[in-house]
Design a protein around this ligand. Sequence first.
Ligand code: FES
Length: 115
Amino acid sequence: MKSKSDHPICELTELQDRPSLSFTLNVKDDVIAGFLVVTAQGFRAYKNSCPHWGVELNWKPDEFFNVDLTHLMCSVHGALFKPDDGECIFGPCVRQRLVPIPITVMDGTVYYSGK
Ligand code: FES
């Protein structure tokens, strides 16, 4: 259920024509830079920080997938991550994971649902 701690990230219509979308949220005193991805199992959100060097993964706005749209890819050294759980399966940070961001989807809107 929606609560006061929820922050809207985007409308679902913004994800109709693309598989991923960057966002920035101000939550309390923190700025959260993340991205949403559309997967076969639903929507996922991760912090936009590669576990290898802590840099942003994407080299173009809103583009986080590899060419085949099978995995998320870091633009610096090419690490590949599973979209559903953020686990790195190729590259210098194998078995490490992207940091998930809690979200809920309600009434056509994606909300941040962390505390
Ligand atoms: S910084 Fe992402 S794979 Fe090296």
